[in-house]
Design a protein around this ligand. Structure first.
Ligand code: UTP
Length: 225
């Protein structure tokens, strides 16, 4: 299989870099890459949010702030490159076509953000579409997609299996709320829909067993294209 992994910055670097988690990810990704083609996109998480917040004191320019966020995602991507060692392509990939080329070299391409105006979820969805990936695995700080926000509603129910149309609907609902922390951003959901990409959305606990996750053995949400 060709698999794209989308690792949320808030999972990789919650406050400080989660060394044990990064090590575990590197181990699992190298193991998976022995039998599959693997590409990874890394997010910015809390550090990106802190920098963007600080920049608000100096400029109202949203695009400028997006660039700051992109730099942080790339710093996180460098950490994963370091942890992956020989198996990773040593430069951060900024172009989907280059990611394809790196896969042909039997190395793992690692991306952070690319352009202002979206998040790394959208980058991962576009990468999966470009590579015609068999599977997109989104690792996020919630353990799947819920029918309402589990942080606000204790009765929120996790959805084991949804259609991509449902994912788009849920992502759009979340995005329309101020400060909404949707599990996947709406643009990414749209790209997943357009690319007809089979997607698993899982939490950090499941991510420790990525080898099982790619076989569909996880407690997250399966999104059917
Ligand atoms: P993230 O992808 O990390 O956003 O990008 P996030 O929603 O905070 O995701 P988690 O917490 O990592 O899962 C951080 C910021 O970087 C900019 C945006 O401002 C985004 O909010 N960014 C990122 C871009 O402008 N373009 C990109 O391609 C990626």
């Amino acid at each position: 299989m060709r698999i794209v992994f989308d690792i949320g910055g808030s999972v990789l670097v919650p406050e400080d870099p989660d060394i044990d988690f990064i090590k575990a990810m590197a181990y699992e990704l190298v193991k998976i890459s022995e039998d599959h083609e693997v590409a990874v996109v890394v997010g910015g998480g809390k550090v990106a949010r802190k920098y963007i917040q600080a920049a608000k004191e100096f400029t109202p320019n949203e695009t400028f702030k997006d660039y700051i966020g992109i730099h942080i995602t790339r710093a996180n991507a460098m950490l994963l490159i370091a942890a992956l060692g020989e198996k990773a392509y040593p430069f951060i990939i900024q172009d989907f076509r280059k990611a394809w080329e790196v896969i042909q070299l039997k190395k793992i391409p690692i991306m952070g953000g690319t352009h202002p105006g979206h998040t790394t979820d959208a980058v991962a969805a576009l990468l999966a579409e470009y590579l015609q990936a068999d599977l997109l695995v989104v690792i996020t700080n919630v353990d799947g997609v819920y029918d309402s926000d589990p942080k606000k509603n204790p009765n929120a129910k996790k959805l084991d299996r949804i259609t991509v149309d449902q994912l788009v609907e849920i992502a759009m609902q979340e995005e329309s709320k101020a400060g909404g922390s949707g599990v996947v951003d709406a643009l990414a959901a749209k790209f997943i829909q357009r690319g007809k990409i089979k997607t698993y959305i899982v939490g950090k606990k499941d991510a420790y067993h990525l080898f099982d996750v790619i076989k569909g053995k996880h407690s997250g949400t399966i999104v059917e294209p």
